[in-house]
Design a binder for this molecule. Structure first.
Ligand code: 13P
Ligand code: 13P
Ligand code: MG
Ligand code: MG
Length: 369
């Protein structure tokens, strides 16, 4: 049976600045999705939040880019925005960049990660959702899961994984894409995805030579760039991703292992700083210090005829305590650099913040050397 998993997110208002989502916003979105489930159009759904981002996890048979499912998410965000406006939440409607829905969410503000798959005999999936960072924050953990045998011994041990994987990488500035095979092309892959503001892992597939696995996506990441749509800084493009696990794919523990190191990502305060990505529980997905540090949550589900059995809160668990401790140590270290790079993002990445306005004013006073 073909099932589509759609994860669609938007920041439609924060409770006390950019910190978290008011429960009434989640409840409002939940009512819209519940009606859709009762009418049989959605198989199942789960509403959650990371920081100020409202996340809708939906399963259905409408396929990817369905105008029905995208329209439903838009309606849920619009209704939640009405509540956010009534409460005067911060940045109410922040990510709804267009006035009306026109058939697809692409270019409208919300972030979208979707995959249409043939549900396997047992289909474990993990949905990862981040706040105070950008899609490129997924590059390193996705690489580790699917291409690094020091993270994923299954690449060596499991004959079904031995052929490796195929990465679909998007250049979100030149609007091009390239497919690269691992392990053969890992140097080329890393040459691109190390530049995580520009080259983003969009999807991963099993290797084409792997006859035991269907050539379907096994991971997908949202890549929506808000500033490109709005033409100015309107918050970071806090991303979401879906990863399938087990039976010829990384085991759930190998998937989670990729988040055991709090790597540096861009985002954090005013979307203008580098900081560690801290794995947390849903309960702790509430940025605070310096509007961060950037956070990631992971929810595990077993699909059962499209039903979302779960969720299992995957990253809140004790085994990640030391990752969080390290993230907090890095937080102290980075913060002491104040407004200096590389804590503050490099000049070219500050282009869509309000910094150029300040610099422009000073240009008038510049004299030739
Ligand atoms: P599968 O190959 O069945 O996914 O088992 C691997 C595993 O779970 C080891 O941790
Ligand atoms: P969000 O992108 O999560 O709304 O955060 C914006 C910001 O400026 C944080 O300081
Ligand atoms: Mg916000
Ligand atoms: Mg956010």
């Amino acid at each position: 049976m073909k099932i589509t998993v759609s994860v669609i997110k938007a920041d439609v208002g924060g409770l006390a600045g950019h910190s978290r989502v008011h429960p009434d916003l989640k409840a409002t979105a939940g009512i819209i999705l519940d009606n859709a489930k009762n009418s049989g159009k959605l198989i199942d759904y789960h509403v959650t939040a990371v920081g100020d981002d409202l996340n809708l996890i939906m399963t259905h048979k409408e396929g990817e880019n369905s105008s029905y499912v995208h329209g439903l998410a838009w309606e849920a965000f619009v209704k939640a925005t009405e509540v956010a406006k009534k409460y005067k939440l911060y940045g109410a409607g922040q990510d709804l960049l267009k006035d009306s829905f026109s058939g697809n969410l692409k270019g409208m503000g919300p972030g979208v990660a979707e995959m249409e798959i043939e549900e396997r005999k047992s289909e474990p999936i993990a949905v990862f959702m981040m706040d105070k960072t950008e899609p490129g924050a997924f590059n390193l953990p996705i690489y580790k899961m699917f291409a690094d045998p020091f993270n994923t011994p299954g690449l060596i041990i499991d004959p079904n994984m031995h052929d490796g994987f195929q990465f679909e990488v998007w250049d979100v500035i030149a609007h091009k894409k390239v497919f690269l095979k691992t392990p053969g092309e890992i140097y080329d892959l890393l040459a691109l995805i190390g530049s995580k503001g520009r080259y983003i892992v969009k999807r991963v597939y099993p290797s084409e030579s792997n006859k035991n696995m269907p050539h379907e996506p096994v991971a997908v990441i949202s890549t929506d760039k808000l500033h490109e749509i709005a033409g100015k800084y309107v918050g970071k493009d806090d991303p979401v991703g879906i990863v399938r696990g087990q039976s010829g794919l990384p085991a759930m523990g190998e998937i989670l292992e990729a988040f055991s190191y709090p790597h540096l990502v861009s985002g954090w305060m005013r979307g203008s700083h580098n900081g560690p990505l801290m794995p947390v529980s849903v309960e702790d997905a509430v940025p605070s210090r310096f509007d961060g540090p950037p956070r990631v949550i992971g929810l595990g589900f077993q699909l059962s005829e499209g039903k979302l059995i779960g969720p299992a809160d995957l990253l809140g668990e004790r085994a990640f305590d030391r990752t969080r401790d390290l993230a907090l140590k890095i937080t102290d270290y980075m913060r002491r650099n104040g407004p200096f790079e590389p804590h503050r993002l490099p000049e070219e990445e500050m282009e869509y913040t309000t910094l150029p306005q300040v610099q422009k004013k000073l240009q008038q006073r510049m004299v030739d050397l």
